[in-house]
Design a protein around this ligand. Structure first.
Ligand code: NAP
Length: 239
């Protein structure tokens, strides 16, 4: 029997690279997304029967329940959860409205709480499971004009560490992967000069791609002793 993964926010960027890498390993994947039907259909076409796509806003409990029920109905089990869905936020602190704050925290942080809670009964029943939360270097070092985003990502790392302690005895591992700057739509607003500056400040002198994060996730999926860690593929920009 193939292992089964749910990847939230799997239609673009880092999440998409993770889905393709997991399928390469022979893992069935449910690719979650919120809006991009066309991209989801293309992934379904390209990856065929190894995957199913499922539209759900992971900040909404009822839609998350639908995602988990669908996965169990289609593939009969869940072995791996990758909490990847997220949105960016770029405002001066004084300009963060309650709506912006709530949207970022609900999408990035509440979603991790909610999806994990809905998947956990299956992991406990199986007496094993692997949870990988995609956080960010901003959760470690902070980011100017990204207070809500940084708070959400630091919160994710808090969930990772606490849950790792709580769930270790149940043979469930929980880790964060905290990327540095990665070439995805999320950073589409950056100018060429800004990219060059990031590259210059990065010891490895390059910008990350989705695959750099997917490889780390792929390793964690097979590991059997790593838990409660925040692993940061970032080219050395945060050490
Ligand atoms: P991206 O290219 O903007 O893709 C985001 C994905 O998340 C899309 O598939 C999107 O679905 C989905 N999504 C957004 N809100 C959702 C919701 N409420 N429910 C379900 N799906 C939702 O982002 P990315 O750069 O790949 O980032 C992926 C993760 O890595 C995020 O958690 C981000 O914070 C983190 N990260 C990124 C970077 C970076 O430099 N890119 C650095 C550190 C951490 P639709 O396509 O339907 O909109």
């Amino acid at each position: 029997m193939n292992r089964v993964a749910i990847v939230t926010g799997g239609t673009r960027g880092i999440g998409k690279a993770i889905c393709y890498e997991l399928v390469k390993k022979g893992i069935n994947v449910v690719v979650n997304y919120r809006k991009s039907d066309e991209l989801a259909n293309k992934i379904q076409e390209e990856l065929g029967n190894m995957v199913r796509v499922y539209k759900a806003d992971v900040s909404k409990r009822e839609e998350v329940k639908g995602l988990v029920d669908f996965t169990l109905k289609e593939f009969g089990n869940i072995d791996i959860l990758v909490n990847n869905a997220g949105i960016d936020q770029e405002n001066m602190f004084q300009d963060i409205t309650d709506d912006i704050w709530n949207n970022v925290i609900n999408t990035n942080l509440y979603s991790v709480f909610c999806v994990t809670q809905e998947v956990l009964p299956t992991f406990l029943k199986n007496k094993k499971g692997c949870i990988i939360n995609i956080s960010s270097i901003y959760g470690i070092s902070g980011g100017s004009c990204s207070t809500a985003y940084s708070a959400s990502k630091a919160g994710i790392d808090g969930i990772t560490k606490s849950l790792a302690k709580e769930l270790g005895p149940s043979n469930i591992r929980v880790n964060s992967v905290a990327p540095g700057a990665i070439n995805t739509d999320m950073n589409g607003y950056l100018t060429e000069d800004e990219w060059n500056q990031i590259k210059e400040e990065t010891p490895m002198k390059k910008i990350g791609e989705g695959i750099d994060i997917a490889r780390c996730v792929s390793w964690l999926v097979d590991d059997e002793f790593t838990t409660g860690q925040v692993i940061s593929p970032n080219g050395g920009i945060v050490i």
